[in-house]
Each structure stands twice: as structure tokens, then as C-alpha cells.
Ligand binder design. Structure first.
Ligand code: ADP
Ligand code: MG
Length: 716
């Protein structure tokens, strides 16, 4: 029997009538299995001796004798007090609702007591204590996560009973050879010990066993997807001699005014090797903002074109897609390649013609938003899909893309796939969520970049920031000002109610103020997601040309925008942005060789009408400070993302929560990164070398795989 096969209802346990059952159900506990997998959130070590006089250290765990009884009453209700004494001190047990303790604790009796005590009216007292018989071996007790209607004792009793009835025959869910290799406990022992550990050492073993098991199954699913994607294709034999760059690639590289960075070289080499192999390429290309990923995407696209195929490069916003299209026109058209720009907003007639050209293979590289994959778009031979800023896209969009490739007119196989991300996903999480992708990291920057100087400033000191920016403008540079709101209380990302937006600056009214009051001598423009596409494009173009000097914006400028002459990034209400978003915004400057600056302006809590400073705990206040300090101390996007994770928790990392992979009970892929790496190796080795074993010996793995959705239904 596997643990999760224990689907018996809870009323098989003594003491579970319909009312208790209801309360358990409300807490999500419906079967024996769900009871036993409600793991403790903590454990109380009652095996360590702790005399009464040390009550303040947290717990008392001692042998004491009963010295006296007395009663006191509130109204009609009488309550028993039992006086005890150990070799260190005296104490009083207040026995609310437990009059029966009078006979269980007669004067003179020796008992083992465990409890939490406090000091009041000159006495050391406890209302929450437990009595054990003197000979009983005191144990480590589980502390369960509770709901309003459940108490510790009830859960402890039920779990103990369930373990006695069902716990001994639990089958292992991990292959024996992995249990041996990893020195894990048997499943039955691990489950027993996670609830009632005989010692702290064994508790640790039980934890690592169950954590490993969860991560193992996570990686089994990930590995299975990877196998399925490669199914039916002969394994890639990477030729021993390096794959040469293709003619178009060579041509572009020669025309560039700079040389590729080592990171770009490495990325291209890996992509070339795999594109010439026989299994579809699937790679996550990570590189910090400004590391030059676009160029790598273009080079990959050129290889696809050299091989007679088409490439699609998708960006999350019109703004970014447009910028890519402009770059493609500038860099690729001179090579004789035919790029095109496709968005949802394209005028009807132009669009029809473009779709015809795509279907006829008269467009080689198409750049656009997710409109690239709408129903009416047909490709002749889609060879490569590049998804820029992949975290911005949802799971379903990614699926539509893959399906599109499989339905090209000429080519029925999966296209090569490159996902690019500048929101660095820490390696540990990347392994979990994109575990079936290969990962390339561009870890260097084009030469000559100076790190952006970052300053924190209170709202009340904003004037100083404005003055500083003025000097930069005077010397010919440009500046971004970013606000959390568009205007009239509408937020760029719509997940927060307008109601708590009181007192926040918005892009619309601030652009007025910047243009009329603060910098009247310089041209200012406004950009946000609700502005018409064509106007946005014109604005960006003018900003790139330097005709517009100041851009007031929302976080739409977060991704990808590239204007090397801009040297100042001013972010108002920085406390409203995630660290990774701040890092992205900061990455908009520092793209040339001159010094650039980033100002994080945060609201003084006292000035903010919506927030009562009294209500913020000291911790919350210092937490915010600490969070923004991370930006001052770090310029490496990976480090910042790791810290973001600590502040926000893994589920919050963009895009991952939708994937649903992280519904783990006891494992935490970030905390348990080491175990994750081992579990991944274990899972992949089983999948790759023992597929036959899955049927019989590894019934559990087979079972999990059968019940889990197939690859086509899950995210990439
Ligand atoms: P990101 O990785 O953030 O998407 P981009 O692709 O937008 O970065 O590149 C940022 C800037 O760096 C662009 O202006 C691009 O032309 C420039 N760039 C790219 N590669 C190099 C290189 N090898 N040397 C110098 N500049 C480069
Ligand atoms: Mg980019």
C-alpha cells in the first residue's frame, strides 16, 4: 500500500464522529492519507530535561511531586489548582475544565510534567501542560498547523491512531537502489518518525527522506516531459568538430561595429551545435539586462534562414516587439534577409498581405507580440521560435506557439525553441520549473559598461534628485521617470485595487509637472500601456533620437528598451516594485560607456495618507529599508533575484505560480537546493536507464506518471 492510497474515511478512527469529521474536512483533511501527510510544522523536544525554575526559556519538562490542591471559582464554575514542586522550584497548574485531575494527581504523587509556564501574582503558573506517567519515555511531540476548530491534542491522537492502524505496511515509493544510495529511511519509518520522532537525529532523516521523495517525483515529471519532447527523434550526436557559423551568421558578425562577448560566443556555439543536431533545441537563455541577448536571437534566426526555414521572435509588449523589428530591419535587411513586423494592431490590409507572405515563405524572420501565434497566422516552415522575456507570457501562450510550429505547412516537427529571460531565475528554481530545458547563461557584459550608481532617497528629498538630473540633462543626457500608476488611480499591472492608491504619484500628472514646472526647458513625453501603439512607437523613436529628453513612464519601460544616451533612471515609490522589476528598470540605463545613475525614491510612510505609520511594525519598516538596500549593494541580477525570493517566497516569482509545480508539502526547492539536484539526478537516471523497470518494480513511479497530465497539457 502506498501512503496516498490510504483513502479510507476518517471515521474509521476512534473518536471521529460526524462533528469532528466536519471540522477535519474543513481543514482539508478528508482521508487517512491526508491526515498523515499533514506534516507537523514544528516539534517540541520533551526529551530534554528543563526544570521549573527555567520556565522562561520556553518549556518545562521535569519530574515533580504534587504538594497541594485548591479550588477557585468564577461565578458558578469551579476550577482546580494543583501545586507541584521539583528540585528547582514550585509551580501551580491551573486545571481549567479538568476537575478529574484531582484524582489523577493525588497529593504526594510523582509525575512527569511538560508544559509552558508564565509568571503571575507571584507564582509560576501554567494552563497548558501535560502529564505523563513517571516511567513513560518522554518524547518529541509534533506541533501541527492548526485551524480554528482543530487542536493539537486531537490531531496528535488521530495521527497516532492512524499510524498504529495503517502505518506499518506502507510501501516505499522510491526505488530501493535510491534509498540505499541516498541512505534514506523506509517510507513507513519516515512517516512514523516525521510525526513522532524517537530522536532529533531520526527526525532529520525522516525530513530528508520525505523531502527527497517529493523532489524526486517533481523531477520525474520534469524528466518525463523532456523525454516526450525528444521522443521519436534519434539522439543528437554532436559532431566532434565544431559546427561552423552559417554564412548569414558570418556575414552579420563581420558587419557588427563590435565583437561578440565571450558569453555571446558560447551561447551561439551551443545553439549552432544543437540546431544542426537532430533533436529539437530547447534552451533557456539567461542573461542580465544589457548582456546582448537580442543579438544572439538574431544569429540563431539567421541559421534557421540559412537552412531554409523561418524564425519567429516574440516579445511581450508592442514597444519591445517594435524595437526588435527596427533592429532587425537595420541589421538584417542589408544581408538580404526579409524581416517583418506583426502585431495585433496592424491595419487590416497590411495584415492580410503579411500573412500571405508568411504562408508563402516570403518572410524569413517575423517579429511581433503574441499576435505571431494567433489562429490566422500560418507559417510555411517555422524552424525556430524565440520568446523574449519569456516570464511575461502565460503557459497557454507558450503551448500555442509550440503547436504552431508543429503545424507549419512544410514541417510537421517541433520547432527549435529559445526562451530568453533577463529576470534571472535562480538556478535552483530553473532546474525545477524549466528542468527539461537546457540552460545557457550569458554572464558577461559588453565591454566598457560602468555599473549604474544607485541612490536611495526619501520622497521629501526628491528636489535634490531633480537637481542632479538637471545637470545630466544640461550635459546632453536623457532621463526616465517611472511611476507605479498610469493616472486616475489605474495601475499598470491591474492586480491592485485603485482604493489604496491614494497619495501615489502617477505618470500622467507627473509628466505634466515635469514638462511645465520642473524641466520646462526640455522636451518631455509620456508612455504607458494604454497609449496608442503608433503614438508609443513615435515617442520611443523620438526618445531614441534624443528629440525627447525626458520620458515619464510606468513599468512598460521595464523590459528591453534600449537607449544608450539615457543616463538617469528615477523611480518613484520604489517600495511598490519588486526587486527584480527594479533591477530591470535600472537596466534601462548604463547601456553606454558613460556613468549612469538610478534613484530609488521611496515614500516616507508618515507622508502617505493611506498608511498609518503606527500600524507598520518596526519589522515591516526595516524590512522595506533592507529590501531596497539590496539594490544599492548588488548589481548582479541573479543575486538580486535570489534575494527577491527570500523576501517574497518562491511562488511569487513571475510565471512560476501559474505553472502549479510548486505545490510541495514539505520540500522547498530553494531551501532544499542540494536535495533538488540529487533528486533530479536520481530521477533522470531512473527514467533514462530503466524505462522497463517503471512498469513492475517501480509501480509507484508508473502510477504517478499515468495520473499526471501528458506533456502537451503542461507548461514548457
Ligand atoms: P538584453 O540582453 O538586455 O536584451 P540587448 O540585446 O538589448 O540586451 O543589448 C543591449 C545593448 O548592447 C544593445 O545596444 C546592443 O546593441 C549592445 N550590444 C550587444 N552585444 C554587444 C557587444 N558584443 N558589444 C557591444 N555592445 C553590444
Ligand atoms: Mg532584451
Amino acid at each position: 500500500m502506498f501512503l496516498r492510497e490510504l483513502i479510507q474515511p476518517l471515521n474509521e478512527l476512534r473518536g471521529v464522529g460526524s462533528s469532528v469529521q466536519c471540522r477535519l474536512n474543513d481543514a482539508g483533511i478528508t482521508t487517512i492519507a491526508s491526515l498523515l501527510t499533514r506534516y507537523p510544522r514544528d516539534w517540541e523536544d520533551r526529551s530534554a530535561f528543563a526544570p521549573i525554575k527555567d520556565w522562561a526559556k520556553g518549556q518545562v519538562c521535569t519530574t515533580a511531586s504534587v504538594t497541594a490542591h485548591s479550588w477557585f471559582s468564577f461565578g458558578r464554575k469551579k476550577t482546580l489548582k494543583v501545586y507541584i514542586e521539583d528540585q528547582s522550584a514550585r509551580a501551580t497548574l491551573v486545571c481549567f475544565n479538568r476537575p478529574f485531575l484531582q484524582s489523577r494527581l493525588p497529593i504526594g504523587k510523582e509525575v512527569r510534567i511538560w508544559g509552558r509556564f508564565y509568571y503571575k501574582f507571584g507564582e509560576i503558573m501554567s494552563t497548558s501542560f501535560e502529564i505523563e506517567n513517571p516511567g513513560s519515555k518522554s518524547a518529541i511531540m509534533p506541533v501541527y498547523p492548526l485551524t480554528k476548530d482543530l487542536n493539537q491534542n486531537l490531531l496528535r491522537r488521530l495521527v497516532q491512531q492512524a499510524l498504529d492502524l495503517y502505518g506499518t505496511n506502507l510501501e516505499n515509493e522510491l526505488p530501493q537502489k535510491i534509498i540505499n544510495k541516498e541512505q534514506l529511511l523506509k517510507k513507513a519509518d519516515a512517516v512514523k518518525a516525521i510525526h513522532f520522532p524517537p530522536s532529533m537525529e531520526i527526525l532529520e532523516k525522516a525530513k530528508s527522506t520525505l523531502i527527497y521523495e517529493e523532489l524526486f517525483y517533481l523531477e520525474i515529471m520534469v524528466g518525463r516531459r523532456s523525454l516526450e519532447r525528444r521522443k521519436g527523434v534519434t539522439p543528437n550526436i554532436i559532431s566532434p568538430s565544431p559546427v561552423p557559423v552559417s554564412p548569414l551568421q558570418q556575414h552579420l558578425i563581420e558587419r557588427l561595429p563590435f565583437t561578440l562577448t565571450p558569453g555571446q560566443e558560447k551561447a551561439i556555439k551551443e545553439i549552432n551545435d544543437e540546431m544542426s543536431g537532430s533533436r529539437p533545441l530547447a534552451r533557456l537563455l539567461q542573461g542580465d539586462v544589457g548582456s546582448g541577448k537580442t543579438l544572439v536571437a538574431f544569429l540563431a534566426a539567421l541559421r534557421a534562414v540559412d537552412e531554409g526555414g523561418q524564425a519567429a521572435i516574440m516579445a511581450p509588449t508592442e514597444l519591445l516587439a517594435r524595437q526588435h523589428a527596427d533592429n532587425a530591419a537595420r541589421l538584417l535587411e542589408p544581408l538580404g534577409v526579409r524581416p517583418a513586423y506583426l502585431t495585433g494592431n496592424l491595419k487590416y490590409s497590411g495584415r492580410t498581405q503579411l500573412l500571405k507572405n508568411l504562408a508563402a515563405g516570403e518572410v524569413d524572420i517575423v517579429l511581433g507580440t503574441h499576435a505571431l501565434f494567433s489562429k490566422d497566422v500560418v507559417y510555411r516552415n517555422l524552424r525556430l521560435v524565440v520568446i523574449d522575456e519569456q516570464h511575461r507570457f502565460g503557459v497557454t501562450q507558450r503551448q500555442a506557439i509550440i503547436a504552431k510550429g508543429q503545424n507549419s505547412q512544410q514541417r510537421k516537427t517541433t520547432p527549435d525553441l529559445i526562451m530568453m529571460s533577463a529576470t534571472p531565475i535562480p538556478r535552483t528554481l530553473a532546474l525545477t520549473v524549466f528542468g527539461d530545458l537546457d540552460i545557457t547563461v550569458i554572464s558577461d557584459m559588453p565591454p566598457g559598461r560602468k555599473p549604474v550608481k544607485t541612490h536611495l532617497s526619501k520622497e521629501s528629498n526628491a528636489q535634490k534628485v531633480y537637481d542632479f538630473v538637471r545637470k545630466e540633462l544640461e550635459s546632453g543626457r536623457q532621463a526616465y521617470f517611472v511611476y507605479p500608476l498610469i493616472g486616475n488611480g489605474s495601475e499598470e499591472s491591474t492586480n491592485e485595487p485603485a482604493a489604496d492608491n491614494d497619495g501615489l504619484k502617477d505618470a500622467v500628472s507627473m509628466s505634466e509637472k515635469l514638462a511645465k514646472k520642473i524641466y520646462p526647458q526640455y522636451s518631455t513625453a509620456l508612455i504607458h500601456s494604454k497609449i496608442d501603439d503608433e503614438e508609443k512607437r513615435k515617442t520611443m523613436e523620438a526618445f531614441r533620437k534624443g528629440e525627447i529628453r525626458i520620458l515619464a513612464a510606468t513599468s512598460v519601460v521595464e523590459v528591453g528598451v534600449d537607449v544608450p544616451n539615457a543616463s538617469c533612471m528615477v523611480i518613484h515609490h520604489a517600495e511598490r516594485f519588486g526587486l527584480s522589476a527594479l533591477h530591470q528598470l535600472r537596466g534601462r540605463v548604463g547601456r553606454g560607456s558613460d556613468q549612469s545613475y538610478c534613484f530609488l525614491i521611496y515614500s516616507d510612510q508618515e507622508d502617505q495618507p493611506g498608511i498609518n505609520p503606527e500600524e507598520l511594525s518596526e519589522e515591516e519598516r526595516s524590512r522595506e529599508g533592507k529590501r531596497l538596500m539590496v539594490m544599492l549593494e548588488n548589481s548582479d541580477g541573479f543575486v538580486i533575484a535570489e534575494k527577491d525570493l527570500i523576501f517574497r517566497g518562491p511562488g511569487q516569482i513571475a510565471g512560476i505560480e501559474q505553472s502549479g509545480y510548486l505545490k510541495l508539502g514539505i520540500a522547498d526547492p530553494v531551501r532544499d537546493a542540494d536535495a533538488l539536484v540529487r533528486a533530479r539526478a536520481g530521477a533522470f537516471s531512473i527514467l533514462e536507464t530503466d524505462p522497463g523497470l517503471l512498469q513492475d518494480e517501480h509501480r509507484c513511479i508508473a502510477d504517478v506518471l499515468n495520473r499526471s497530465p501528458p506533456f502537451s497539457e503542461v507548461a514548457l
